[in-house]
Every structure is written in C-alpha cells, then in structure tokens.
Design a protein around this ligand. Structure first.
Ligand SMILES: Nc1ncnc2c1ncn2[C@@H]1O[C@H](COP(=O)(O)OP(=O)(O)OP(=O)(O)O)[C@@H](O)[C@H]1O
Length: 284
C-alpha cells in the first residue's frame, strides 16, 4: 500500500489550513508532529475522507480519495475523541461495531481482535469499568474490524500512564509491520520510540519529512546544558529558550536551546523533542 499526496491544499474560508502538501507514505510507522493549529487533524481527516480537500491529489495505490466507499474500506481511524455506550460490555460493543461496519459479528472474530489488543480477558467488562488505555485499545480493535491496510491514530496516548503508553506503542508497532500506520501526537517521545519516519507540520506546510534519526541530527549544536546560580535564572530565561530546569540547592541545571554556544554551557545530544523545539524556534 502506498499513499501519494500531491500538491494538497485545504482552505476554510480565507484560512489556508494546508499548503501544497507533497508526501508518499508506505507500510510502517509514520509520526506526525506539529504545534496546535499546524493542520494535522485537517490532514488526517482528508486522508480518512471525512473532510473534502480544496485542491491537489490523494491516492491509495491507484484509488483516488474521491472514491470514498473504496477508501474507507482501506482505513481504520482512531480519532482523538470517540464515545462508546458506558453500559455495554466490551463484547457487545464489538458486536455493535461489527454490525455498523456491515460485518457479521462472530465470536471467533471478536475474540481474535480482542486478543490482538490484549483485551480478551475483559470481554464481559462494561465500558464504564475500563481505564483510558483499555478504551483506546478497544478503539483500535474497532478500527481493525474490516482489516484495514491503513491505520490512522490521533493523539492516542494523551493522558495514559507510562505502562499503558508503552503497551499502546508496542501495539501500533506490531500493526506497522504490514500496514501504513500514521501516528499524530504531541508526545515526541512516542514517535522517537516507535516511528521510523516523521513528518513535521508547521502553519499548514510540511517543515520536515524523512527519517526520525536524521531529524534528531538536525538538533545537534543547538541544545546545551548550563549550570547557573539561582540569582541568574531570570536573566538566562529572558535570553534563551529554557526547556528544562532542575534545581539543586542554590544552583540550577538548565537545558537550553540556542544556535550559538552560551558562555559556560556544554553541548548535549538532542532528543527528538529537543530537535523539534529547535525547528519550531527557527523563523519565529
Ligand atoms: N472546520 C473548520 N473551520 C474553520 N477553520 C478550521 C476548521 N478546522 C480547523 N480549522 C483551522 O485550521 C487550522 C488547522 O487546524 P487543525 O485542527 O487541522 O490543526 P492541528 O494541527 O490538528 O491542531 P491541534 O494540535 O490543536 O489538534 C487551525 O487554524 C484551525 O483553527
């Protein structure tokens, strides 16, 4: 499966939410990062046929996005917000969504999907008894009912505890072996730990598209560790972008972003989040 996006634009009245987007996405895990309002949700909603594009071309292999029926068969979508009936059990919920997807709900199919998302022991639990992470895993099982080739997930790990985040990431990576998985999130670490490729969106355009590892390299010589006295803290904060502060008695250890080496600072290897912060600062 290959998704080709050519010269894609989207306008909401006078606002150009997507500007000339060109991308090719194949099987594997793709991360989508960008600040609020960058256009990520608009982009994903166009890919899922929920929002019409203004111009440009989007194809899934040789199927055009205008063929909504065919495209929807190829896609599983887990939106940021989705609601389930609190008094239904997990099993009843799956049966219900099988019917909505025009698929016959059989016990073996439901059990197999619940097994994939590690919820097979929760069949009889009511939705209201599930944790946030369990609900999202059930959301993935629902999105997989029609065995899609593409899985699009919007902010799936927000609010989850570390253990559930790890479980969810591993689940997505598992599906990335034979599906195109697009993971949109504000949690850069989730992308660093699960995605091979990355698209960074900024103000409606693609600011970066390529390997996660190459993006992180761009943050080299931009992130510094700087020990300061507490009295100097306000002055430093006015001068530099401080991304972390650890207080140690009368001193503070800062991580700062700067294209030039500040006095007394030592370079440190950037994380994906650091590299992202460097990019967001540029052109501000
Ligand atoms: N239905 C709409 N009508 C008008 N403007 C919209 C609509 N949906 C989104 N926008 C605008 O388009 C731009 C992109 O919004 P979008 O929700 O796609 O960004 P985002 O990157 O997903 O943001 P977030 O991270 O906050 O979810 C924003 O300026 C937003 O206000």
């Amino acid at each position: 499966m290959k998704i080709c996006i050519e010269a894609l634009t989207k306008r909401y009245g006078d606002l150009e939410a997507l500007k000339n987007i060109n991308l090719k996405l194949e099987e594997g895990m793709h991360g989508l990062l960008g600040p609020n309002g960058a256009g990520k949700t608009t982009f994903m909603r166009i890919l899922t046929t929920l929002v019409p594009k203004t111009s440009g071309k989007v194809t899934y292999d040789d199927i055009g996005i205008s063929d909504k029926k065919a495209i929807r068969k190829l896609i599983g979508y887990l939106p940021q917000e989705f609601s389930l009936y609190p008094n239904m059990t997990v099993y009843e919920t799956m049966s219900y969504f099988f019917l909505l997807s025009n698929c016959k709900p059989t016990s073996s199919k439901i059990t197999a999907l619940l097994k994939e998302v590690h919820l097979e022991s929760c069949k009889r639990l009511k939705i209201k008894a599930l944790s946030g992470g369990m609900k999202r895993r059930l959301g993935i099982a629902i999105a997989l009912i029609h065995n899609p080739k593409v899985l699009i997930v919007d902010e799936p790990t927000a609010g989850l505890d570390p253990e559930e985040r790890i479980r969810f990431r591993n689940l997505l990576t598992h599906f990335g072996r034979d599906k195109v998985v697009i993971l949109s999130t504000h949690i850069a670490e989730d992308i660093a730990l699960s995605c091979h490729s990355l698209t960074v969106m900024k103000k409606g355009h693609v600011a970066y598209n390529g390997k996660v590892s190459d993006f992180i390299k761009k943050g080299r010589h931009c992130v510094w560790k700087l020990p300061v006295k507490l009295d100097d803290l306000d002055h430093i904060k006015k001068r530099y972008t401080v991304i972390s502060t650890v207080l140690e008695g009368e001193k503070a250890s800062l991580k700062i972003i700067s294209r030039t080496q500040p006095d007394g600072a030592a370079p440190i290897n950037p994380t994906l989040e650091d590299a992202y912060m460097c990019m967001m600062q540029e052109g501000e």
